[in-house]
Structure formats: C-alpha cells, structure tokens
Design a protein around this ligand. Structure first.
Ligand SMILES: C[S@@+](CC[C@H](N)C(=O)[O-])C[C@H]1O[C@@H](n2cnc3c(N)ncnc32)[C@H](O)[C@@H]1O
Length: 232
C-alpha cells in the first residue's frame, strides 16, 4: 500500500494534507469533472490503495464474485478491475479522468489477463453502454460524487444492470463532512436512492478486511432488484 493513502477515517480526513489538497483543487474548479482531472494530473489521489482492495481478493478467493460482464465505475488506477478480470469475467473500468485511464492502462496493458479488461474515459452519468452488465462493483465512488447526483447514480445502476444483475457497493462510511469530496455518507443514504429503483439488500456485512484508518468504517453491500419492481 502506498504511504500517502488515506481517504479514510473522519479525523484523518480533516488532518490529512492530501485530502486538504484535494479540497483545494475542487474549490478552484467549479465543474467536478475538471476537479477530478486536475487531481489526477497533480497526483493528488489520497484514496488510492496502490493495490487491489483486500475484500475483492477475498470475494475472488471464496468464489463469491459474480461472473460475466462487470463494470467498475470511478475505477481510478484500476487495481480492482485487473484483479477481477479473467476468462469468466470481462471487466470494464470507467473513469471520468483521462489521466486516470492513462495511468491504469500504463501499468496494466501488458499483464497476462489484459484481454479480459478495458478502461474507458467517460462520465458515468451520461455514458451509454452497448450491453448490460452482470455485476457492478463500486468503491469510494458514491462518496466522491455530489450528493445531489445520488438519485441519478442509483437510476444509472438500475439502467445498466441486467434484470438479475448484482450491484456490490463497498461502502466507506463518512460522518460530519459539510463538503467534499469525499462527502458524508451512510447506509441509509444508499438505501434511500436504491430502494425506489427496486434494489433490495441481499446482504450488508462489516468489512473486516478494510485497510488502515478505514477499519470499522466499511460495509460490503450486495444488492439486486426484485423482478417485479424494476426501473427499466
Ligand atoms: C475517490 S476516487 C476512487 C477511485 C477508485 N475507486 C479507488 O478506490 O481507488 C473517485 C474516482 O471517481 C472518478 N469519477 C468522479 N466522477 C466521475 C464520473 N461522473 N464518472 C466516472 N468517474 C468519475 C474520479 O476521477 C476518481 O478516479
């Protein structure tokens, strides 16, 4: 794990100079897309673990990660994208920052499983995939977006998943932040936008494999839509 990591822990968020730099970037550029691009260009990426998320590796090892077409929105450097990619699992990593996508391609394009993943620079909210997905995995994307976009986030999840597709949210709980990114978020915030789209939690579990100051603050949520309650 890289030494600069820490998007995590409420007190750590306030005192972490990298998070302060991120906030400064976002205070200078009104559009959030520009903010993300600038933060990637300047290397201000305090969320970046520098490795696959341990719970993703655990899901892979235990055979409990769905197969098929997988999307990772807000994928950043793409460690989870690459970790999941296999002949059974074709993974698309999507990020609004072309610099992030360039970095992701740079470190991963010659890996043995490179045929099973792709990266794309696009805005999750306006991008239209050609095919639906069997699974979407997201981590620290929900707290990265402006809270006013959360209903659109949930609608998009419903629109791009197959009817029996699964949404896996690795929820990093953040309290008492007046602004962002990262913005405060709770399990109730996810439920508030996912339930109207027909999603039901299959399971919500504490993530015992959370890294560093994120320990005790993460939950793994697995969601599916009820077949008679789809937004499609
Ligand atoms: C906090 S970072 C998390 C990155 C990655 N999930 C991780 O855990 O390392 C949020 C990422 O979302 C991307 N992002 C923000 N808004 C986006 C959007 N509308 N569409 C796609 N990506 C977006 C940012 O560029 C950034 O890489």
């Amino acid at each position: 794990m890289s030494g600069k990591v820490d998007f995590g822990g409420d007190r750590e968020l306030s005192s972490n100079p990298e998070v302060t730099k991120l906030r400064q970037i976002f205070s200078q550029v009104p559009a959030s897309a520009d903010g993300w691009e600038k933060s990637w260009e300047k290397g201000v990426t305090p969320w970046d673990l520098g490795q696959p998320t341990p719970v993703v590796l655990h899901l892979l090892e235990t055979g409990t990660l769905p197969k098929g077409r997988i999307l990772v929105p807000g994928c950043g450097t793409g460690y989870d994208v690459v970790a999941m990619a296999s002949p059974d699992r074709h993974v698309l990593g999507l990020d609004i920052s072309s610099t992030a996508v360039k970095k992701a391609n740079e470190w991963s394009s010659s890996l043995p499983n490179a045929n099973y993943f792709n990266f794309l620079a696009a805005d999750f909210f306006t991008w239209q995939p050609m095919e639906l997905f069997d699974m979407v995995f997201e981590y620290t994307f929900f707290p990265a977006i402006d809270p006013c976009m959360r209903p659109s986030w949930a609608k998009k999840m419903a629109d791009i998943l197959k009817p029996d597709g699964e949404l896996i949210t690795l929820i990093y709980l953040i309290d008492n932040r007046e602004s962002g990114p990262p913005f405060s978020n709770s399990l109730a915030d996810y439920e508030e936008v996912l339930k109207p789209m027909g999603f039901t939690a299959l399971s919500i579990q504490d993530n015992d494999l959370a890294v560093g100051p994120r320990r005790g603050k993460e939950k793994l949520g697995r969601w599916k839509r009820c077949s008679n309650n789809s937004s499609l």
